[in-house]
Design a binder for this molecule. Structure first.
Ligand code: SF4
Length: 362
């Protein structure tokens, strides 16, 4: 276990439904449905899939009044907090607030005249609903584009401070905010600037990051850099892929930095001709078989004795490959029992489940 600890930026704590964001709360992982919100059954199925994968908070698009009605039904059948994503129409914001939205994703600068802004802010205050401001390099205000020539960290910061200024004018501080860009360096710089200026929680993300592999890499670099500096209270990995993957990658990023654990953290060697059993297939199959486990556990699966014993010493369960039968370590101690290489996947699964059930009984 690493003793290196990241010191998190001190932010205000807000609540999205019953889930705390910011302050000393665990960093939350969220995603967004991509079904037609009016198709309640399909959207509910996706919400359940995201929740099973560990989503703490789920965002749903509400572009029309019909979608707002569907949102009401979704709220009646879900327990995970739902954020209503509204872009311009303040009447939709008021309606979903009435229907129990746990957070409103709407930019104050896009709501319109003072009267409309005031009605949304008053409604959010009365119902204790936070607002999420989302600044995006792709939809920066025209005057800021002209002023800065292109999206820059300073332009994103200025846009963010504008939206925040509107909420401050109405003495409303119950918000979280993102300053996303598809360019990793731009997003990271913008978040760093914003983190120095405000105390509210920051929602991290590299927007429009791309397909599964490239998007996961960009997100891990961008979000990971910020998290490693202590910046960030909630995150969404944006992938052109199944939203469930966004949750899995989000937890993998948090696990990598030991900021939050969920399920098994596999430590596995890249393999080489020294491997004594098929490490790649073992890891792939166990990842699939053990997806239901949420208890944090380090499992090292190493193909030979070069690095196997060393990794096993710092893992809950470890394997060091050996001819025919591989060495088995539990809590860093080598066991008499050895795994038969031919049935190593089944045997490892049984041992891991055994440890998990013992942990849960304690
Ligand atoms: Fe190869 Fe052994 Fe290193 Fe794995 S631990 S990559 S099998 S030398």
């Amino acid at each position: 276990m690493s003793t290196f600890e990241i010191k998190r930026r001190v932010s205000d704590k807000i609540f999205v439904g019953n889930v705390a964001v910011g302050g000393d709360a665990p960093i939350t992982v969220q995603s967004m449905t991509n079904t037609n919100t009016c198709d309640v059954l399909a959207t509910l199925a996706q919400i359940q899939a995201l929740e099973s994968a560990g989503a703490d908070i789920i965002r749903v698009s509400v572009p029309t009044m019909d979608a707002a009605k569907a949102f009401k039904e979704l709220k009646q059948h879900t327990t995970v907090p739902l954020i209503a994503d509204i872009h311009f129409d303040y009447r939709i914001a008021l309606k979903v607030a009435e229907y129990g939205a746990d957070c409103l994703r709407i930019n104050p600068g896009n709501i319109g005249n003072e009267k409309r802004i005031r009605s949304v802010v008053d409604c959010a205050r009365d119902r204790n609903i936070p607002i999420r401001i989302g600044v995006n390099a792709g939809s920066l205000e025209r005057d800021l584009q002209e002023k800065y020539g292109e999206p820059t960290p300073e332009a994103l910061l200025e846009s963010a401070l504008r939206h925040i200024g509107i909420l401050e004018k109405y003495d409303f501080a119950n918000f979280k905010i993102s300053v996303k860009a598809s360019d990793v360096a731009l997003a990271v710089s913008a978040y760093r600037l914003l983190a120095e200026r405000i105390s509210q929680p920051l929602h991290l993300g590299i927007t429009e990051a791309g397909g599964f592999r490239a998007g996961a890499v960009k997100s891990a670099i961008g979000i990971g850099l910020l998290l490693s500096e202590g910046i960030g209270d909630t995150l969404r990995v944006s992938l052109a892929a199944d939203p469930v993957q966004e949750i899995k990658v989000g937890f993998d990023i948090l696990k990598s930095l030991r900021l939050r654990s969920r399920g098994i953290n596999f430590i596995a060697c890249p393999t080489c001709s020294r491997q004594e059993f098929d490490v790649i297939s073992t890891v792939n199959q166990l990842e699939q078989r053990l997806e239901d486990i949420v208890t944090p556990l380090d499992v090292s699966i190493i193909g030979c004795v070069v690095n196997g014993p060393g990794e096993a010493l710092v893992s809950t369960i470890g394997v060091a490959g050996s001819k025919t039968k591989s060495a088995f370590y539990l809590h860093g101690i080598r066991q008499q029992k050895r795994f038969n290489n031919e049935s190593i996947i089944d045997e490892l699964e049984a041992e891991i489940r055994n440890v998990v059930s013992t942990t849960l009984k304690q």
